[in-house]
Ligand binder design. Structure first.
Ligand code: SF4
Ligand code: SF4
Length: 195
């Protein structure tokens, strides 16, 4: 008898717990029912990447001194720096530079530590290919600057959540002069200089 009562008690406890989980799940569903859809019609519409977005790396061949710092700070020693020693100038001469974006984890270490700032991260994120070997960018491919979403006449740029005015969830039909919530970095610097 005691065993039977314990089983009934456990069953009732589990039923209450299951009902609570269902209630929690449905509360999320009902919460979304009163929101407007925020679908982005890619590729006709694209979100503007954030200011510190870490996209495909840009490389300036003429600024590189072949020091290989980027290789040493890279967690996977990825950049390939092909150089030879030029006896006349007694300096390293860069022949070739490449980064394989099929392997890169976009941590930005190489960009951070390069002493001549010849590496920078762009807002390019569309890197899909049918063959991953095509992602091994040589110095020419790395030297290309991407087309900005805001400059592309074929694309309608949309602001992502962080750049929408306070209380706004819908980036479509937003006036261009609508200020985003919070201050821009340069405004914060200006405010700090005034104080
Ligand atoms: S750290 Fe910069 S300068 Fe040095 S090899 Fe790498 S890209 Fe070139
Ligand atoms: S972003 Fe990171 S993983 Fe990619 S090449 Fe630079 S250091 Fe290496």
């Amino acid at each position: 008898m005691f065993k039977f009562l314990k089983q009934v008690g456990d069953y009732a406890q589990e039923t209450v717990q299951a009902a609570r989980y269902i209630g929690q799940g449905l509360s999320v569903t009902f919460d979304h029912m009163r929101r407007r859809p925020v679908t982005v019609q890619y590729p006709y519409e694209k979100l503007i990447p954030s200011e510190r977005f870490r996209g495909r790396i840009h490389f300036e061949f003429d600024k590189c001194i072949a020091c290989e710092v980027c290789v040493r700070v890279c967690p996977i020693n990825l950049p390939v720096v092909d150089w030879e020693f030029d006896k006349s100038s007694k300096k390293k001469k860069l022949n070739h530079y490449s980064i394989d974006f099929g392997v890169c984890i976009f941590c930005g270490n190489c960009v951070e530590y390069c002493p001549t700032n010849c590496l920078s991260m762009t807002e390019e994120y569309e890197l899909s290919t049918y063959d991953r070997h095509e992602l091994n960018y040589d110095s020419v491919a790395l030297g290309r600057l991407p087309y900005k979403v805001t400059d592309d006449p074929m694309v309608t740029p949309l602001r992502e959540f962080a750049y929408l005015p306070k209380g706004e969830h819908e980036p479509h039909d937003l006036p261009a002069n609508a200020m985003r919530a919070g201050k821009r970095p340069e405004e914060i610097v200006e405010q700090m200089q005034q104080n």
